[in-house]
Design a protein. Structure first.
Lengths: 396, 430
């Protein structure tokens, strides 16, 4: 057993040495994706979102509101418009994400105790920018209302600390567990980078097997393994396994070590999680490429299957809120189990007691490897039988 | 002119036969762009997180906290699944993922309210998905504002103010919010239009790369260049092939970008005419972009699957739909305009979700035409350079073989003539 795996391993290493193109390209792809997300989300949240003010009042108050919005950290006033339709057009062009409309006569209304209406328009076709600019502007609006109220109370003779309790009787103290700065880099990268690695591992496993079929070297490969398809698969996958596990661990080390993303639980479990993710993705790739004898079809099926992994990992839109069928379907993706483990380990600091069912699930993907090997064996046997029959009929 | 049309027709008919004769290409061209939109529309049908389980820890046990909890339970976003006696219990529930958020009312909640101080509610939120946080925030904020008004109103009533007076005191300025273009703020309405465009971009691009790789691998005479074509007329090949893809993708685009959004009630304000006019340069740009990349890099039939599919994620992020374009580092902003997906998605979302007329998306529209023209030139250029090199190599090897077999005199009347280089070929081997 050992010798046949070693023979296949040696053959595979020679093949990689002779044509290292794809492993280099894919490694560069992973590095590129990492650098891309790291530099894109460097600031944590998008800053200086463009907003506008429609100032129909043109008073001292409305100008002060513009200044105050500009002084808010996350947004900047890009333009001040005179009417609604100009602002709406700017929004349609994508120039601004939100605008405040201050109607005519606001200042007079305020002085005469007729509450004027401010309208905040938000473009939520852009999810993140819309939500963030809404949050900033709504807070600003609350503060502005508060400031007016405070003036009234001051004139009535209340003290400042009493006024706070009057203006805001209840407030929230929000604790965001696992991501105290609400940093998008932390949120996106910790799941997306392993997801990309798992995706590439699956496709690469399917590719190397399909390539053997395409180059008609399948027989040679299996002969090296002594005719045992399982040993053949293990020997072939081993170098990729080690390489991608190394990359996955390196990515995690950079994220949790150097970039300072919080990791509440133990390192050891996270390492185990990464190893099992790569293993499970490889097994799924082996199963698809092993059981579909047509190489292009196998690659197409693996691409169609794994392109959905990003959605079904459930880190963006929760899988729990999807239709029930997809809730169960998501279990077929290694990245889903990885993500659940990650949230247990990194966010809540849970131990092995919480994670073991998912570790078992990831290990269960090993069965797919066995099935893939079985399917290949079956195809081989059938081919031999057919060739024997045809040679017999030729002899007759 | 007639020759040009004839050549385009020849290339076109060969290409159509190749597309429909290849299982993998059929999978990519037809199954993926028809299947994915349906699947994803179904996946994101719920738009928002509803009735997310939360735990409350009520150490205050007063009227106000009870009313607050009732109101939390009444929001569409949240549902109070557990009432715990202490934080330890609630924490355990959160660690076991039974609840995604905890609302904690400290014991001084009622006394602070009575003393007219600001009372505090502590909210713990699971950040594994930002949607849990968003649901807790949306539901929680609605209740907070409502509750603040109720408390203030009660106080004013006790102080002897009438309703109207109290209302003005409470709200000197009334804030109204209007959400445009995606009224529910749902994930599906935001994500699906981008996804449809990306699916079209990626399947078309991949399919073209696969067909190019297939031609390379099987050495089908220099990517389908009819033998009588000379270097100057290689653009006929580019045009013939692109015509084939264009005709295939027009119905797919109409299905994905017009009918499916209607069936699934996605926001759709644009009209079909504008969408089609906008899509023409988009599809052309993708076709020529695919042909350029295919001609330059692809050597195998199955390798495009391996190397390009995962890139969709990066493409999605550089479109600027998630991370706004102006907040992007400048390098990535310029990088994003290498791909037709960026102006394509931006423009399509503006037309379809926001109802912009063509004049409002002029920048994207021009960018797409520019890309289409640029990539048409590069695709043709790459092909003609490669043809030139390959033909030269062919003649060289052919002549070499003949020289070895029959002596130098044999190539004097060689049937393979390459007019410009014939003398140099001859000189090399004399």
């Amino acid at each position: 057993m050992k010798t046949s795996i070693l023979r296949v391993l040696k053959r595979e290493l020679r093949r990689i040495w002779r044509n290292p193109r794809y492993i280099i390209i894919l490694t560069l792809g992973i590095v590129f994706t990492f650098v891309f997300f790291a530099s894109m989300t460097k600031e944590g949240q998008p800053k200086r979102l463009s907003v506008a003010v429609v100032d129909m009042d043109g008073s001292y108050l409305s100008r002060r509101i513009c200044h105050e919005i500009n002084a808010t950290q996350g947004v900047s006033v890009k333009a001040v418009y005179n009417n609604h339709s100009e602002a709406r057009k700017a929004m349609q062009r994508g120039d601004i994400f939100a605008f405040y409309e201050i109607p005519q006569g606001t200042y007079n209304d305020l002085l005469q105790f007729r509450s004027p209406h401010f309208v905040l328009y938000v473009n939520s076709a852009y999810m993140l920018a819309g939500t963030l600019s809404y949050k900033q502007l709504a807070t600003m609006g609350m503060l502005a209302t508060g400031a007016v109220q405070r003036e009234v109370y001051r004139k009535k003779g209340y003290k400042d600390d009493e006024i706070m309790g009057l203006i805001q009787p209840v407030e929230y103290d929000t604790r965001t567990i696992g991501n105290p700065w609400i940093n998008y880099g932390n949120y996106l990268m910790t799941t997306l980078i392993p997801a990309v690695i798992a995706f590439i591992v699956l496709m690469h496993s399917a590719y190397v097997i399909s390539r053997e079929r395409q180059e008609r070297t399948l027989k040679n490969w299996l002969r090296r393994a002594g005719g045992n398809t399982l040993y053949a698969l293990i020997g072939k996958m081993l170098p990729y396994n080690i390489w991608y596990i190394f990359l996955c661990l390196l990515a995690n080390l950079i994220m949790f070590g150097f970039m300072g993303f919080p990791l509440e639980g133990s390192w050891l479990l996270m390492v185990l999680n990464s190893i099992l993710l790569v293993f499970a993705a490889q097994c799924a790739g082996c199963f698809i490429a092993g059981s579909i004898p047509d190489p292009p079809l196998a690659m197409g099926v693996s691409a169609i299957y794994s392109a959905m992994s990003f959605s079904l990992s459930g880190f963006s839109f929760p899988v729990e809120s999807m239709p029930t069928f997809f809730y169960s379907f998501s279990w077929l993706y290694p990245i889903r189990h990885y993500f659940l483990n990650f949230s247990d380990i990194a966010i809540f600091g849970n131990g092995f007691g919480h994670c073991w069912p998912r570790f078992c699930a990831l290990l269960a993907f090993g069965l797919l490897l066995l099935m893939g090997a079985f399917m290949m064996q079956w195809q081989q046997n059938r081919e031999e039988r057919l060739s024997v029959q045809s040679s017999k009929s030729d002899a007759l | 002119m007639i020759n040009t049309l004839k050549d385009i027709w020849t290339v076109f008919s060969i290409e159509v036969r190749r597309v429909f004769g290849d299982r993998m290409v059929l999978l990519i061209f037809f199954l993926a762009p028809i299947l994915y939109p349906f699947i994803f529309c179904y996946i994101y049908h719920n738009e928002n997180v509803e009735n997310m389980a939360v735990a409350v820890v009520d150490e205050a046990q007063c009227d106000e906290s009870k009313r607050f909890i009732h109101k939390l339970d009444a929001t569409p976003e949240l549902s109070v699944a557990y009432r715990c006696n202490n934080m330890g219990e609630a924490r355990q529930l959160m660690e076991d993922h039974y609840v995604r958020s905890i609302f904690y009312f400290p014991s001084d909640f009622s006394s602070r309210l009575a003393k007219m101080q600001t009372a505090r509610v502590v909210v713990f939120s699971d950040m594994s998905s930002f949607y849990f946080y968003k649901a807790a925030l949306t539901g929680g904020n609605a209740v907070l504002i409502d509750e603040m008004h109720t408390i203030e109103l009660e106080r004013y009533e006790r102080a002897g103010l009438t309703d109207e007076e109290a209302r003005i005191q409470m709200q000197p300025v009334v804030m109204e919010n209007t959400t445009l273009f995606n009224p529910t703020g749902g994930y599906g309405s935001f994500f699906l239009p981008c996804l449809m465009m990306l699916v079209i971009h990626q399947t078309l691009f991949l399919g073209i790369c696969i067909l190019t790789g297939d031609a390379r691998e099987n050495r089908k005479s220099l990517h389908l260049i009819p033998p009588h074509l000379r270097r100057g007329s290689v653009h006929r090949v580019t045009m013939g092939r692109s015509l084939c893809y264009l005709l295939i993708y027009v119905p797919i685009c109409i299905l994905d970008l017009w009918f499916i959004p209607r069936w699934f009630n996605l926001p759709q304000l644009g009209n079909l005419y504008t969408i089609l006019i906008f899509l023409l340069p988009f599809v052309l740009a993708v076709i020529f972009f695919g042909m350029t990349v295919g001609n330059l890099f692809v050597r195998q039939k199955i390798s495009p699957m391996l190397c390009f599919v995962f890139f969709s994620l990066v493409l999605f992020f550089v479109t600027g739909m998630v991370w706004p374009q102006e907040s992007m580092p400048r390098f990535w902003y310029h990088f994003s305009y290498l791909f037709p997906s960026t102006p394509g998605v931006q423009g399509f979302v503006k037309i379809s979700s926001m109802g912009a007329p063509l004049s409002e998306v002029r920048a994207e529209y021009m960018a797409l035409w520019f890309q289409a023209a640029l990539y048409f030139v590069t695709a043709t250029l790459v092909l003609s350079i490669q043809t030139f090199i390959r033909r030269r190599q062919n003649i060289l090897t052919h002549n070499l073989r003949r020289v070895r077999q029959e002596g130098v005199a044999a190539i004097a009347d060689s049937p393979l003539k390459f007019s410009r280089n014939r003398s140099s070929v001859d000189n090399n081997h004399k």
